[in-house]
Ligand binder design. Structure first.
Ligand code: HEC
Ligand code: HEC
Length: 148
């Protein structure tokens, strides 16, 4: 576990805050919060943001090892759930995306930018992408989710 001590400004909300399960004093919540983090750590039943549960949530970057504030907007993230239900969301200015649509795991994922598509070669039992797609400590994945 890395201790991140530097807090940088990124748009309106700080984009690099200590990766704890609790909010920092005065931390802004909302669409631009905590890029690169595992949104579902809080945005789930019983979590800190249980009032706003997500089925999927994460951040898309230019590269697997991009710095945490370098998320990419305008990238489509498509999920297909176990029942074949498909949901599409588009990343915002800080690269964040999420869905509150109820979905059944496991999930198949792909991301698309300007007609270029990258599909995840495996399915995942969780929609908290940064559980695996974290950097510099990815789990099974190569690193951050990369825009194709
Ligand atoms: C440390 C816990 C935590 C993490 C991690 C976290 N959030 Fe949040 N988020 C919150 C809290 C708390 C709120 C406020 C919920 C409320 O108003 O009841 C919130 C609110 C939001 C809202 C507004 C929801 C609404 O209905 O008003 C969005 C959008 C959001 N977060 C996106 C994200 C995204 C995207 C990520 C991951 C990149 C993320 N959050 C990661 C705790 C977290
Ligand atoms: C349980 C671990 C895990 C979770 C959670 C996970 N992934 Fe993946 N993902 C992988 C692995 C393993 C690969 C293949 C190695 C790689 O490309 O990093 C991969 C690859 C990908 C790729 C292809 C990467 C490329 O550069 O071509 C995309 C796109 C992707 N994942 C999107 C997502 C999205 C979106 C989420 C969240 C909704 C997610 N993944 C959640 C493990 C995971």
């Amino acid at each position: 576990m890395m201790a991140m001590l530097v807090v940088l400004a990124c748009g309106e909300a700080p984009c690099d805050v200590p990766n704890t399960a609790d909010l920092q004093p005065g931390e802004q919540t909302g669409p631009a919060m905590r890029p690169g983090s595992n949104c579902l750590r809080c945005h789930t039943t019983g979590g800190r943001a249980a009032s706003a549960p997500f089925s999927i949530g994460g951040t898309v970057y230019e590269s697997h090892d991009a710095e945490v504030c370098g998320g990419v907007g305008g990238v489509t993230v498509r999920v297909t759930d176990a029942n074949g239900k498909r949901v599409s969301v588009v990343t915002n200015d800080v690269g964040n995306f999420w869905s509150t649509e109820p979905l059944v795991a496991p999930y198949s994922l792909e991301v698309e930018r300007a007609g270029r598509v990258a599909a995840m070669p495996v399915t995942t039992p969780t929609g908290g992408c940064a559980l695996c797609h974290s950097w510099p400590d990815p789990v099974s994945a190569i690193g951050r989710i990369r825009a194709p």
